[in-house]
Design a protein around this ligand. Structure first.
Ligand code: GDP
Ligand code: CA
Length: 324
């Protein structure tokens, strides 16, 4: 069985861990059935201190590879911040990005490979040689796509900042007037992305941010069209009208979508989504043209997460059968 999972950071990574558990997938991503291909969001990527940082790819890689800081959900376990302190002592900006010492090594490897001309997909593959995440990890694109957020400025005009500045420095507290994927229009899917979708038995959308994670994967030309031809089942990141963690409501507000399981499904639309899992709190959230099922959606531990993955796989199989 071949499964494709477009993913952001924490929500995507935790779901993937449950999916692997449910399918009994080990640490060898190739030559193993069932096979999971992750299409990672790179819209959050940012260059700081000359280093290309890919927060979502790294969160998935560290989580599945056993190197994640579990409590935090991002960054390395047993992390220290000496490099960050030293950079601050030089007056280097920005100081708001949490760059840990262990993490820096990952970014140095990436920077060196990129300087030598390797595309991000090849760099990701090389990094995964160490972490053995048990999935094939593809960035959504090798091209540079960066999510920027348009904010009001003091002079009554508008200014755009990188998504990370809005999300981390401002804690998404400044109202976003617009969220723009800079470079998305001209991007091409990374090698293997469209093929993986075409060959997939099922595509599962984890409970990732619908705007800046899944939304940015969908913004790469050709990806949405390919997904529309596949059987796609999504897991709602919104439970009872609120994001489970993080500030996805601020992103939804920026694009004029209500923070509810139903509104997110409507936003994806019936062309993209065939099935949609909502929490029991949102039972009865019917959406035209989409098969909705309700079950507990808190990924509280690997068992609970595996049960969510099972439900998504079952619904995908059911819908696939109906199509045949
Ligand atoms: P990020 O890139 O680290 O922000 O992570 P993602 O985009 O993958 O996921 C963030 C989303 O995951 C948020 O909208 C959360 O509401 C959602 N999320 C986090 N934990 C859970 C959970 O246990 N259950 C569900 N259903 N959603 C969750
Ligand atoms: Ca992210």
């Amino acid at each position: 069985m071949r499964i494709v999972v477009p993913a952001g950071g924490i929500g995507g990574a935790r779901f993937l861990r449950g999916l692997k558990k449910e399918l009994g997938v080990g640490s060898d991503p190739v030559g193993e059935e069932p096979a999971i291909t992750v299409i990672g969001n790179t819209g959050d990527d940012i260059t700081l201190f000359g280093l290309r940082i890919c927060p979502d790819l790294d969160t998935v890689m560290y989580t599945l590879g056993g190197g994640i800081n579990e409590e935090q959900g991002w960054g390395r376990a047993d992390e220290s911040f000496t490099v960050k302190e030293e950079l601050a002592a030089y007056g280097m900006q920005p100081t708001w990005f949490g760059l840990g010492d262990r993490d820096v090594a990952t970014h140095i490897v990436r920077a060196q490979m990129m300087a030598a001309g390797y595309p991000l997909s090849a760099v990701t593959e090389a990094l995964c040689d160490r972490w053995r995440p048990g999935v094939r990890m593809l960035p959504m694109t090798d091209d540079r796509v960066e999510t920027h957020v348009v904010l009001d400025d003091e002079a009554g005009g508008r200014r755009a900042v990188h998504f990370q500045e809005w999300w981390i420095r401002h804690r998404a507290a400044l109202p976003a007037r617009e969220i723009v994927g800079v470079g998305a229009e001209d991007a091409t899917p990374a090698p293997g992305v469209l093929e993986a979708i075409e060959q997939a038995d099922a595509v599962l959308l984890p409970p990732s941010n619908p705007v800046v994670s899944i939304g940015s994967v969908l913004s790469v030309p050709g990806v949405r069209e390919a997904l529309e031809r596949a059987t796609v089942v999504g897991v709602s990141p919104i439970i009872g009208g609120a994001p489970v963690r993080g500030m996805a409501d601020a992103c939804l507000q920026a694009i004029g979508v209500e923070t509810s399981a139903r509104a997110v499904a409507e936003h994806y639309g019936p062309e993209l989504l065939d099935g949609w899992l909502v929490d029991e709190a949102d039972e009865g959230a019917a959406v035209d043209g989409i098969a909705v099922r309700s079950l507990p959606l808190y990924m509280s531990d690997p068992e609970a997460t595996a049960a969510i993955a099972r439900a998504a796989l079952d619904l995908a199989a059911e819908l696939e059968e109906q199509r045949a």
